[in-house]
Design a binder for this molecule. Structure first.
Ligand SMILES: *[C@@H]1O[C@H](CO)[C@@H](O)[C@H](O)[C@H]1NC(C)=O
Ligand SMILES: *[C@@H]1O[C@H](CO)[C@@H](O)[C@H](O)[C@H]1NC(C)=O
Ligand SMILES: *[C@@H]1O[C@H](CO)[C@@H](O)[C@H](O)[C@H]1NC(C)=O
Ligand SMILES: *[C@@H]1O[C@H](CO)[C@@H](O)[C@H](O)[C@H]1NC(C)=O
Ligand SMILES: *[C@@H]1O[C@H](CO)[C@@H](O)[C@H](O)[C@H]1NC(C)=O
Ligand SMILES: [Ca+2]
Ligand SMILES: [Ca+2]
Length: 388
């Protein structure tokens, strides 16, 4: 016959008081809605007081209380003193964290009965609603890249929206952002960035120095009482995209030479994706005979050869050059140098020849058969040797 409406309880109660007292006790005060609301803080532990209920019974009867089945979800969350009517957090605690959204409330029934009638006798039921009250918890930064690579930014650009999470409700979850600039690579006196107080938009406020790397601490603070905050350190670096050479391979031909101070070989060029200055260097060349050196202008990309470039020693060189734009990986290009032929004077294999010539030798006798001249030059016209 449960649940009874309070009015019905009142009626029954007056009847029962007047007669034999076999009916159930009646909760007081008589809530018009048949329910009562209490609040408890989130994550309250066992024993935390929730509220007190009382039922009015006949003077000669002992009134006892119980909690209806709370269901699987909230089993053990609340208990009631069987003779005191004190509702408290049960052995399982209110193990919940209020998460963003509507305040959470848990509804359950408590009942009152006469000890004499037993647990299965007539009982009256009161609907109890426990609202879970938010406790201020700290905000936190989640899944934020602490390295922000940026490319081609101008004053006023929003680099990123940096937000923290706060699982609380209302003011406990209302966040404000601020930043503190740790490093000022340009020697700037003012901050190079600003963060929007409410949106977390990180904006560039000053032109950034080339090859920059800035360190910032970003803080999110809630408006709880007391307020709580979380901080994250963020590094903003010039994007490490390597510059791109206008050619992967430069094929050039150069005429051989001896002991030249500097001969322009080729002018390599690589472009960075922003205005970053590109720096060139030579990694290696092969083959690498003595007396030959290659250099490249670190800012110009002008590649020079110095020393002796002899086609007859090596006719082809491979030179590896690289370019980088401050932070990040360099890129490489190859210069293939073909050495062109220059007609050089033929050389005798010995600078001095001598032979004994016997007296009375016939005229016209070839007195020394191994006088030889060689010409290492390439092609017919350059390597033809004419004896005279
Ligand atoms: C419960 O109350 C009804 C009247 O309200 C009564 O007739 C009945 O006997 C009671 N039952 C018990 C077990 O007390
Ligand atoms: C951020 O960097 C500063 C200075 O290096 C350091 O004192 C601070 O502990 C760092 N904060 C965090 C949240 O890592
Ligand atoms: C000039 O070249 C010769 C070989 O061709 C070499 O022995 C000599 O060291 C070179 N001198 C200089 C100054 O490079
Ligand atoms: C490289 O550029 C410089 C300066 O403009 C020029 O003097 C030189 O001849 C160039 N070299 C080549 C191989 O084009
Ligand atoms: C080549 O020239 C550069 C620049 O002058 C010098 O630093 C380097 O030692 C030279 N290398 C060789 C192998 O002579
Ligand atoms: Ca909370
Ligand atoms: Ca909070």
């Amino acid at each position: 016959m449960s649940p009874f409406s309070p009015l019905l309880f009142l009626a029954l109660a007056s009847v029962s008081y007047a007669q034999d007292g076999s009916d159930a006790p009646v909760f007081e005060p008589l809530f018009s809605s048949g329910e009562v609301t209490f609040t408890v803080i989130e994550r309250a532990t066992k024993g935390t007081e929730v509220g007190l209920v009382r039922a009015q019974g006949l003077p000669q009867e002992t009134v006892l209380y119980g909690v209806e089945d709370l269901g699987d979800e909230w089993e053990g969350a609340f208990e009631i003193g069987s003779s005191s009517g004190e509702i408290a957090v049960g052995p399982n605690g209110v193990n919940i964290l209020v998460i963003s959204g509507a305040p959470l409330s848990i509804r359950f029934g408590v009942f009152a009965y006469y000890e004499s009638a037993g647990l299965h006798g007539n009982r009256s039921i009161l609907s109890v609603t426990v609202q879970i009250e938010d406790v201020n918890d700290s905000p936190y930064f989640e899944d934020i890249d602490t390295q922000i690579f940026v490319e081609s930014v101008a004053v006023g650009d929003v680099l990123r929206r940096i937000t923290a999470t706060d699982n609380d409700l209302g003011v406990n979850a209302a966040l404000e952002y601020s930043l503190h600039q740790i490093s000022r690579p340009g020697g700037d006196t003012e901050d190079s960035f600003s963060i929007h107080r409410y949106t977390g938009d990180l904006t560039v406020t000053m032109s950034l120095s080339v090859g920059f790397e800035y360190q910032l601490t970003i803080t999110a603070t809630d408006e709880g009482e007391p307020s709580l905050s979380a901080s994250i350190n963020v590094t903003i670096v010039d994007d490490p995209v390597p510059p791109v050479f206008d050619q992967r391979v430069y094929e050039v031909e150069l005429l051989e030479f001896t002991n030249k101070t500097r001969v322009s070989v080729v002018n390599v060029s690589a472009t960075a994706t922003d205005e970053d200055e590109v720096v060139y260097s030579i990694i290696k060349w092969s083959p690498a005979p003595e007396g030959l050196n290659f250099t490249v202008g670190s800012s110009t990309g002008y590649l020079y050869a110095t020393g002796t470039l002899d086609r007859e020693t090596f006719s082809r060189y491979t030179i590896t050059v690289e370019a980088y734009a401050y932070v990040g990986a360099p890129s490489e290009a190859t210069v293939v140098l073909h050495v062109g032929d220059v007609n050089e004077p033929p050389q005798f294999s010995r600078s001095h020849y001598s032979a004994a010539v016997s007296e009375g030798a016939e005229l016209g006798y070839l007195f020394y058969s191994s006088v030889m001249a060689t010409d290492r030059d390439k092609g017919l016209s350059n390597s033809e040797v004419t004896y005279s």
